[in-house]
Write a protein that binds this ligand. Structure first.
Ligand SMILES: [Zn+2]
Length: 89
């Protein structure tokens, strides 16, 4: 990994987006559209166990995971949905 990408990944939000992308590529994160453009079911096996979360977009993004609940900032599940739906985070 180059110095440039290391520096980029020092930013926690970029690091989350990166992990989300890797999860999608490695099929550890799968996303099912629940309501087009508004709600998605995200299945993640990244921690070794299957977890299911609901990501919603109602003006602002939200997720049912502990990471989002605690920090109120976009988690990797939101990042993964954004990657799929907007091709950007
Ligand atoms: Zn989440």
């Amino acid at each position: 990994m180059s110095k440039t990408s290391d520096a980029l990944l020092d930013d926690p939000q970029n690091a989350r987006a990166y992990r989300a992308m890797m999860g999608l590529i490695q099929k550890q994160i799968t996303i099912i559209v629940f309501i087009q453009g508004k709600a998605w079911v995200v299945n993640s096996t990244m921690s070794g166990k299957l977890h299911e979360y609901m990501v919603t977009r109602n003006g602002t993004w939200a997720c049912t995971c502990l990471d989002f609940t605690k920090r109120q900032k976009p988690c990797k599940h939101i990042a993964a949905v954004k990657l799929l739906t907007e091709q950007s985070v």
